[in-house]
Design a protein around this ligand. Structure first.
Ligand code: R5P
Length: 290
């Protein structure tokens, strides 16, 4: 029982200060639960409203691709410069120190690799995400692929059910269908399908007309970097995406396959959080590279 001695009546009720009724700073999140908002606030910088997610989940499809041979050596040292780490349970458990306090966006679908027909995925259990203290869960939808569209959207929808139960936001990853045009019509459709199915974040690809993709998606959109580009082009990609309304990047190869990953992640952060122009951000990369 609490100590009942010296119970003091409250006398500081802030009567001249109305309760805060301002809305949450990320779009589409006002009606979500406190837990989802709190996790989103760990991922998205409060000041810029944006995030630099570092994606290193590629190995579950590709194996030890260039730059990801040793997550402990190549990725762990970059963690402090990212806002969020996106990876699989195996790599995070084995190769990211548990002292890491950066939020984790856990890749929660798995099942096939580049050696066979991809995207016949299933979900790992929600208990795994909870046990890993995930700030978000990510799963892919394969829009436009007749063989896997229905099963991946069903997976995604189930993941949102589970995420909402435990207040863990879900990020929709829009896969690029083999036969689909990589244009704003396709990515706009895929992003919207994620949002319609309850995504809190959508990851897609930058394309011409990207402002329409972002406008029609009522929750924050982040872009994947895609294949490795020259550093200036990768920074231009990030800049253009932010300029069109994206809320950040979930970038992998253009960071960890750079000849100076540390310089690159710092430069990307300069674009995403400080609005640096690509040429200005390139100087950060160059100076880190020495
Ligand atoms: C794709 O399914 C993976 O989730 C990657 O995380 C994503 O493509 C981002 O990585 P990158 O910037 O290398 O494209």
């Amino acid at each position: 029982m609490a100590d009942l001695d010296d119970i003091r009546d409250g006398d500081n009720f802030g009567l001249n200060t109305p309760a805060d009724t301002s809305s949450f700073y990320l779009k589409g999140m006002n009606s979500t639960d406190w837990g989802i908002k709190n996790r989103m606030a760990r991922i998205f910088n409060r000041k810029s409203g944006n995030t630099v997610m570092l994606a290193f989940d590629h190995g579950f499809l590709m194996g030890p691709t260039s730059g990801l041979e040793r997550i402990d050596l190549n990725i762990a040292p970059l963690a402090e410069y990212a806002d969020c780490l996106m990876g699989t349970r195996g790599m995070i458990r084995s190769s990211i120190p548990a002292e890491n306090t950066k939020p984790v966006c856990l890749r929660t679908d798995t099942g096939t690799t580049i050696l066979t027909e991809m995207n016949h995925n299933v979900l790992i259990s929600e208990e795994e995400a909870i046990s890993m203290n995930a700030a978000a869960m990510a799963a892919m939808i394969s829009v436009g692929d007749a063989a896997t569209e229905a099963s991946t959207i069903a997976n995604f929808s189930k993941l949102v059910d589970l995420g909402n139960k435990y207040s863990i936001p879900v990020m929709g990853v829009t896969a690029v269908g083999k036969d689909m045009a990589r244009d704003s019509r396709y990515f706009g459709l895929a992003a919207r399908v994620c949002a319609e199915n309850g995504a809190s974040i959508v990851k897609t690809y930058y394309t011409e007309g990207f402002e329409n993709v972002v406008a029609a998606c009522p929750v924050p959109v982040v872009i994947a970097g895609g294949k490795k580009l020259p550093e200036l082009e990768a920074l231009e990609l990030a800049y253009n995406a932010i300029d069109c309304g994206a809320s950040g990047v979930d970038m992998g190869r253009n960071v960890f396959q750079s000849d100076c990953p540390l310089g690159m992640i710092k430069a990307v952060a300069g674009v995403v959080h400080e609005g640096l122009k690509p040429a200005e951000a390139l100087e950060i990369y160059k100076s880190e590279k020495g």
